[in-house]
Design a protein around this ligand. Structure first.
Ligand code: AMP
Ligand code: FES
Ligand code: ZN
Ligand code: ZN
Length: 315
């Protein structure tokens, strides 16, 4: 196996590009793909300050490393979700990265700041943990990005994540979600700009990036994610990708180029055509009087804490 660029010994094949790469040129490929995504979708201009949401996993730590490498002034944001050992170990990976690079990691612990954790929030809301986790993280991300005066909030969503979410939204024809499934959402209505600079890289590539760049990341999966529909969608897309490499990329980028505009047409400055006003508790924009996050947090804070399930090793 030879590197496409220098013909030296290759360490990874990227079937979607029908090419193999040596460590140096694979790391360059990742940087180039992130630069291309940032330019293609107008995510950032040079010098803009970015808050990178880091979970301690491979995607978000690779993202932070890549943005630092590309010269963007960035801080990390870690949200303590209170999911037992998993959260403790994820936090250690995020802190280790920040200490090694001498960069700032902002930490927000859900229980300390809002009086609940994800296992307790899921029980009190009688909802899937991932849905409670999503509402909680979005709220903390938005607040931290706005309060810190950052130009954008970046998350580590990669091509596999975005293709799986798109697949799920298409299967159920969730047209509102389809309208918002973009690699960049401009700042508006009191929400910060949100960017996903890893959309041109798959999760196998972000894992390889971390290994080759010497980044120590959390390899375990969240123990509460079992039964999450997206895992099933990822498996289905992986099965197709095995026989037809490049399908995921065509599906996702084909959607953005040729179909997304049909769903965004008619979107105005409101969410789903509903006027937004500041939440009576936290001030975040909401269609009601109190936002979904504050309703969830108030109920969860009154609930007896529950213990998170034991660790689950990634397959
Ligand atoms: P997930 O929703 O777990 O698929 O994660 C998507 C993205 O959200 C990750 O790539 C990170 O950028 C961010 N993220 C997930 N968990 C955390 C966390 N505990 N703290 C900060 N950011 C996170
Ligand atoms: Fe959110 Fe597992 S990380 S439920
Ligand atoms: Zn090479
Ligand atoms: Zn609120």
């Amino acid at each position: 196996m030879k590197c496409r660029v220098c013909k030296g010994p290759a360490v990874i094949d990227v079937r979607r590009h029908n090419a193999n790469f040596c460590p140096e040129h694979f790391l360059k490929l990742c940087r180039d793909q992130v630069t291309r995504a940032i330019d293609q979708f107008g995510m950032l201009t040079p010098g803009e300050r970015v808050l990178v949401a880091v979970s301690g996993g491979k995607d978000s730590l690779a993202l932070w490393d890549l943005l630092l490498d590309l010269g963007y002034p960035t801080d990390g944001l870690y949200v303590g979700l209170g999911i037992g050992d998993y959260s403790g170990s994820s936090a250690d990976h995020a802190r280790g990265f920040a200490a090694d690079r001498g960069v700032t990691l902002v930490e927000v612990d859900l229980r300390e700041t809002h009086g609940y954790d994800i296992p307790t929030g899921a029980k009190s809301a009688r909802r899937a943990p991932c849905s409670v986790c999503g509402i909680s993280k979005r709220h903390v991300f938005d607040r931290a990005a706005l309060d810190g005066g950052y130009d954008a909030l970046a998350t580590g969503h990669n091509l596999d994540d975005e293709a799986a979410v798109l697949f799920g939204n298409v299967l159920r024809w969730e047209t509102d979600y389809l309208a918002r499934q973009q690699p960049v959402l401009p700042a508006r209505n009191g929400f910060p700009r949100k960017i996903k600079p890893l959309v041109r890289l798959g999760e196998r590539e972000t894992a390889a990036y971390c290994i080759l760049a010497g980044i120590d990341y959390e390899v375990e999966e969240c123990p509460m994610a079992g039964g999450n529909k997206h895992l099933g969608y990822k498996e289905a897309l992986n099965a197709i990708e095995t026989t037809s490499p490049g399908t995921k990329q065509q599906f996702y980028f084909g959607y953005l180029e040729r179909a997304a505009a049909r769903f965004t047409a008619g979107e105005d400055d409101t969410a789903d055509g509903v006027d937004l006003s500041p939440c009576g508790r936290c001030g975040s924009p909401t269609p009601g009087e109190v936002c979904a996050f504050c309703r969830l947090a108030e109920r969860a804070a009154r609930t007896q804490p529950v213990v998170a399930p034991a660790r689950r090793v990634a397959s």
